[in-house]
Write a new protein. Structure first.
Length: 64
């Protein structure tokens, strides 16, 4: 058995029309923006947690 018999040939996609390309680009922008938004939320959450921990440690050391 040959590899060519096992693997299906990949058909090239025809070029997109302008409206299709615009929609595709907008969808990619949405996905990228969602990832950026989630990364920013995670960064801010980590910053809040670090600040909270720092304040707790500061309170512990000031009471000693």
């Amino acid at each position: 058995m040959r590899i060519a018999e096992l693997v299906k040939p990949i058909k090239p996609k025809p070029p997109m029309t302008l409206p299709q390309a615009r929609i595709h680009g907008l969808k990619q922008n949405v996905e990228r923006d969602k990832k950026l938004l989630q990364a920013e939320r995670d960064r801010q959450r980590q910053q809040r947690d670090a600040e909270r921990i720092r304040k707790q440690q500061q309170r512990k050391t000031s009471t000693l």
